[in-house]
Design a protein around this ligand. Sequence first.
Ligand SMILES: *Cc1c(COP(=O)(O)O)cnc(C)c1O
Length: 446
Amino acid sequence: MNLSGTICINGQGHLEIGKCDVVELAKTYGTPLYVLDEDGIRQKCREYLDAFRSYYPRYKVLYAGKAFSTMAIFRLVEQEGLGIDVVSGGELYTALAANFSPKNIYFHGNNKSMEELNFALSAGVGQIVVDNPYELETLAQLVEGRKKRVDILLRLTPGIETHTHHYIQTGQLDSKFGISLAGGAALAAVKQALKYRRLKLRGIHCHIGSQVHNSESFALAARRMVEFLAQIREETGRQLPELNLGGGLGIAYAKEDNPEPIALYIRRITEAVKAACSEEDINLPTLVVEPGRSLVGEAGVAIYRVGAIKEIEGIRIYVSVDGGMADNPRPALYDAKYKAILANKAARSPVQKYTIAGKCCESGDILIKDAHLPPVEAGDLIAVPSSGAYQYAMASNYNRLPRPAVVMASQGRAEVIIRRETYNDLVRYDRIPSSWGEKESLSLVM
Ligand SMILES: *Cc1c(COP(=O)(O)O)cnc(C)c1O
């Protein structure tokens, strides 16, 4: 089995992450549990920076915070020399709470509210990535009142269809994101942006989709964007200094996934940019990428405890675990595929196909349809690798399941970075209308 970073099977036949035995982690912190391989995330950050260092003169790597937005990860990527992008006031708040340097924060979103824009301006975020003409005008007014300049990029849709699930395609013409390159809308927005004194248009941005396995579409997007930079220069006399190509590099979830290595992806897009710049005779812009999934995805492992097992003769064996679509909605949302490891018997050979079912009251709450595993018994631990991105970030309290704890593991030490929710957390925001009067309180027995 292909495991990344420090994730491996130890001498006792247990899954191990950051030299911490998963069987012990489950005992100490309970299940479901999310374990992050700290050194694995650091390694991915360095792969991005090292590749850029080899291939391109001016660059920035931003962690796309929405993949897993929490204070410890923001702190970690800052230590590694990355910036971040955020897509909401809540993510921005999380980053500021972690003391993330505001100038290295980019603010995205297709419908930023006035409050969010004001928050970003007050916090002094480095750049606002403007998604549409309405936002451009709104921002221009807000900034005018503040008498200070702000750096912006314009988000464009280059009209590229990627080979990924349609829910995570974003660069095609028919998208809710960005301003279309086709039909002149993008050029009109650029000209408009250049008219506002207090908006400093630094460049253009695109993000064509997520979980993309080869860099052909990224290279194509890069070329179109550079051609557009050349067109801007021709029409306005300005050469914009920055080109942001978004994120989107895929990771391995299941056996059939074969994503391109980070270094190769960076080599291909930098080559595409250099070639296009030389053809169009423009200076190399500062190149920015915004990986999310490929930084944290493979470093995360979800750990579940097996409960009920149900065999339907000749059809399938359901293995129910103590989490499910509440902590990982991806299989239900985009039919995402995963593999599983029996964490407490990880060295044994698979003998049987099992269906790993979540505990939510939905027939669609199936985490994995066909997991090949050694014989599974109640009490075993199922580990799901590649669980670091878009899982906890999308987790809900459906069925009033408390969100799991998250621990960061490295060099034999594990620390909680998000504590497990309690039942009390679940009713924290509930109120009963006071006009209904009081009911004698019963003591909660658990
Ligand atoms: C989601 C997103 C990313 C990150 O995408 P990944 O597939 O996780 O790398 C980057 N940029 C923007 C604008 C995004 O919306």
